[in-house]
Ligand binder design. Sequence first.
Ligand code: ARG
Length: 277
Amino acid sequence: MCPPDYFGIEYEINPWMNVRVGSDAERSHRQWTALYQTLQQLGVAVDLIEPVPGLPDLVFTANAGLIYRNLFISSNFRFGVRQGEASRFEAWAQRRGLEVIHLPAGSYFEGAGDALFCGETLFAGYRFRSDVRSHQWVGERLGVEVLPMELVDPRFYHLDTCFCPLAPDWALYYPGAFDEYGRSVLRDRIPNLIEVAAEEAISFSCNAVVVGTTVILNQGAPKLAETLEQAGFAVRPLEFSEFIKSGGSAKCLTLRIDGEEAASWKREAPAESHPGT
Ligand code: ARG
């Protein structure tokens, strides 16, 4: 995570952002800290990267890149205003001992904001930020199956605003953000797929952080909370109103280092070496 010291609405690169509305520094700090403390209470060790003046969206660490085992595929941000973040995230990845990988120049890719593992498969959203060729390249580079899906509603411009894997065979999604092909791919491939209603999706309830079976999301999605609880998940609603003004919520403020709960590779034992055999 990255503390929101320099967070603000300084430009408009998605339909949520309005520089004339702006955000409240004190409130964003409080909301960010509540997420940070909730994660710590759940036993999560959180690595922090240093906030940088002039990079207000650095708080949205989900967009730093995609982590797979010891590899860090660094993002190629679509908009110039965010491109300065890449070197900061890469420096962090290097310090962590991850191998930093770059996409071919001229392709766009916004990391875990647009590419999420559910089981063995990487589900990937394209059009507004990442492009489809980047996802194909990532799939080949990692040797994993990628299912690119077009995002059709500019309010849901990153995949993590409308889709959230919960476990290898569980996910939630907002159907209106996908075309018929995307919806059918999700329905065919994910056995337990929870539909989020339009009025709850619009408050970023799909943008959830999953820790074990606990789901942290923006408050104000009672129907989804009930469905999740019936399915055996514990729901932790928090307030993210300041970050929603920038088009982000809980999940965008985090980047999972050790593999999302839903990613099969998280569960696989690391390759063992057998000296002498
Ligand atoms: N203001 C940021 C942007 O438009 C918000 C990023 C939200 N991140 C996410 N993973 N959905 O780029």
